[in-house]
Design a protein around this ligand. Structure first.
Ligand SMILES: Cc1ncc(COP(=O)(O)O)c(C=O)c1O
Length: 451
């Protein structure tokens, strides 16, 4: 499996979807399966794969969306300022989340860039962020000419460990950016408390967390601003697209202005702009496609949750497999279903070979994010003229050295295995296949480790 972040996640979905038959919805439940994993020869060693069918295709298209899509294209009113669909989407998405306001953007990345600008993250500032995320999170901070300072990852949850944040605060820290990775809500109460105490902004990267909940509130409405992605692999997809949500009119109005070339809110005048700004607008067709999927998103979120709960209840009984711990009173969105793998309890079978063996059973899975702060993007940034001007050599060296201290994240990158969200949309029988494939590989781990 390629160890390449979202490429991996997105190519997972493509592979799982390619040529597969859409599976029936969870409604058609079947009797619980008796597992007999130990008896069977692993598919990687020439046995028969546990799962024979395909997985739910993603993204999905519904014929009954076509007339609304055609209407918007035939209207010739495609740009945000030419019609009301983008505003309608914003009201609808805010309602779904219980947010006061929403602003649609061109992508999740641009939602992050706009939010950081509005929270006054400026050149030479520092933003404390989770290292376990898609590279766009780092890049949005670098785009502001600010330094992404990594807090550590809690191996039990895969999200930022709140206890690791405070020691990273310096006089330049301006914001904290928790990432609800894989749709797992971060523990927001201690994060918000630290932010309040140190007068820092909180921008939630909720790009994988549509409808995820923490203590009765939806992710993306708990910090100052929340950012979402509607890229093709996402639960609410429109090819590209994004949104910023929040509870403050003032902040969302500032986002609106900045994302629309600095124009005054609600205006489309070609000149007379009064603030800095760029074009990060969503198109009308994206908005129409997204609005038609609201009910589907709500229904599928419940299906993913039911199947994920079934996985958690059963995978936890398999030696070497540890499901994730959720924050108290929270409900994930399950963009990926991840668990931790302990090779020591599986006869030393390496994590990557374990994932290959489970994939050979017809259950595609992989390792997802690696320690990408060693990949060069940050080295390139801190070697640039601008960053050298903004920080002294000593600070940049200490910054680079600090990557070695991310012990929790190192452990997470070395031991996590995940399956993609579309695989949580099948019936109970296909979810049982996931359990059986993992159980079978674990039971045969000695032979697999040798073979
Ligand atoms: C955690 C996270 N942040 C940011 C982004 C960026 O979103 P987009 O691809 O819509 O720009 C993504 C997209 O995959 C993501 O997963």
């Amino acid at each position: 499996m390629k160890d390449n972040l979202t490429e991996t996640r997105r190519s997972f979905i493509r592979k799982a979807a390619a040529g597969s038959i859409a599976l029936s919805w969870l409604g058609a439940r079947q009797a619980p399966r008796a597992f007999a994993a130990e008896a069977a020869k692993p598919a990687l060693l020439g046995g028969t794969p546990v799962h024979q069918g395909g997985w739910t295709k993603w993204p999905q298209w519904r014929e009954d969306w076509e007339s609304e899509m055609l209407k918007v294209w035939r209207s010739g009113r495609w740009f945000r300022g030419s019609a009301g669909h983008v505003s309608d989407f914003e009201h609808g998405y805010a309602n779904l989340l219980g947010a006061k306001r929403c602003l649609a953007t061109a992508s999740g990345t641009t939602a992050l860039i706009v939010s950081l600008h509005v929270m006054d993250v400026d050149a030479g500032d520092e933003v404390i962020v989770s290292p376990y995320t898609f590279i766009a999170t780092y890049n949005a901070i670098l785009d502001r000419k600010a330094l992404p300072v990594f807090a550590d990852t809690d191996p039990a949850t895969l999200t930022v460990d709140p206890a690791s944040i405070e020691s990273r605060i310096t006089e330049r820290t301006r914001a904290i950016m928790p990432v609800h990775i894989f749709g797992m809500p971060c523990d927001m109460d201690p994060i918000n408390a630290i932010a309040r105490q140190h007068k820092l902004a909180v921008v939630e990267d909720a790009c994988q967390a549509w409808l995820a909940e923490y203590k009765g509130r939806k992710c993306g409405t708990i910090g100052d601003l929340g950012c979402f992605s509607f890229q093709e692999s996402k639960h609410l997809p429109s090819g590209e697209g994004g949104a910023i949500t929040g509870m403050s009119d003032e902040l969302i109005d500032k986002c609106d202005s900045f994302h629309n070339c600095g124009r005054a809110v609600g205006t489309n005048k070609g000149s007379g702009s009064f603030t800095r700004g760029n074009n990060y607008r969503m198109t009308q067709a994206q908005a129409v496609l997204l609005m038609q999927q609201f009910d589907k998103l709500v229904k599928e979120t419940e299906i993913r949750r039911a199947n994920a709960d079934h996985l958690t209840a059963n995978l936890g009984k398999i030696p070497g497999i540890t499901p994730l711990r959720l924050p108290e009173n929270s409900r994930p969105a399950w963009h990926l279903y991840a668990f931790r793998y302990d090779a020591a309890q599986c006869n030393g079978l390496s994590r990557d070979k374990f994932a290959r063996a489970v994939s050979a059973e017809g259950v595609p899975c992989g390792s997802i994010y690696h320690e990408q702060y060693f990949d060069g993007v940050l080295d390139e940034a801190i070697a640039s003229r601008g960053f050298k001007r903004l920080w002294g050599a000593e600070r940049l060296k200490a910054y680079r050295d600090s990557f070695q201290e991310l012990k929790g994240n190192q452990q997470v990158c070395a031991t996590t295995v995940a399956i993609t969200q579309n695989m949580l949309l099948g019936d109970r029988s296909s979810t049982d296949d996931i359990i059986e494939a993992i159980r079978k590989v674990q039971a045969n781990s000695a032979a697999l480790a040798k073979g």
